[in-house]
Design a protein. Structure first.
Length: 236
């Protein structure tokens, strides 16, 4: 089995296993992921490759927790649960780790979560995870049938937080934008009716990272953006 290490601030590393035969032919499997050392690094398995990245950091984790808390407070359904920093079992060759998840409460004690129970995945992009979160894991979750995917982008140059909401096209198993990146109020009815007050979260982040509020916004829009096509509360 290949090995690699990374240090805080380093880019995420992908380890690929091209085994000569048998079930190792495709790459690493979940058993390999479970056998990795508990050394503070973040490990995920995506399409047979192990992604190794440094710890995400408290502010990054807080952003995911803030958004999850808003979802939890507005959740009208007893059958759904909101969690953070959870692994999702897709198949033998993929077990990604999501910053936020809405899932069937029947699996609240499961670890990792079966992908069939997941109705929303939230990924908070960091400098080391941008490609994985916006492209690779996005395609993985779509193929696996996860109905809703939110991409959260904290600016590197200001405290601004942008958020986009994507929904699955069940015909193509590809995501389309229901809500393009916005830095204002994010309004949606997926997986239920909820408003994420991004300006308030950005001000909260500014206090943590000691950045001036009102810096130039590199992404998104200043106007509230919502779902353009109303749908039912749960798409699964």
């Amino acid at each position: 089995m290949a090995s690699a290490s990374t240090t805080p601030g380093a880019a995420a590393t992908a380890l690929s296993a091209l085994g000569p035969s048998g079930d190792r032919e495709y790459g690493f499997v979940v058993a390999d992921l479970n056998g990795l050392p508990k050394n503070g690094l973040r490990y995920e398995l995506v399409d047979g490759s192990i992604i190794v990245s440094p710890p995400t950091g408290r502010v990054h984790d807080s952003i995911g927790r803030w958004i999850a808390s808003i979802l939890e407070e507005t959740n009208p359904y007893e059958e759904y649960w909101v969690g953070t920093d959870m692994s999702i079992a897709v198949d033998d060759y993929s077990e990604p780790r999501a910053d936020g998840v809405v899932f069937d409460v029947a699996y609240v004690d499961a670890g990792p979560l079966p992908v069939k129970a997941v109705v929303l995945v939230i990924e908070v992009v960091s400098p080391v995870s941008a490609l994985w979160d916006t492209e690779v894991k996005r395609m993985l979750y779509a193929r696996a049938g996860v109905a809703n995917y939110w991409i959260v982008v904290p600016s590197e140059d200001s405290p601004t937080i942008a958020l986009a909401g994507l929904v699955l096209d069940p015909r193509t198993y590809e995501y389309r934008y229901a809500t393009h990146f916005t830095t204002a109020a994010f309004i949606t009815d997926r997986p239920w009716s909820v408003t994420v007050d991004l300006p308030t979260l950005s001000r909260r982040r500014a206090r943590a990272v000691r950045m001036p509020v009102g810096a130039a916004d590199p992404v998104g829009t200043s106007e509230p953006v919502g779902t353009s096509e109303p749908v039912g509360p749960i798409q699964h």
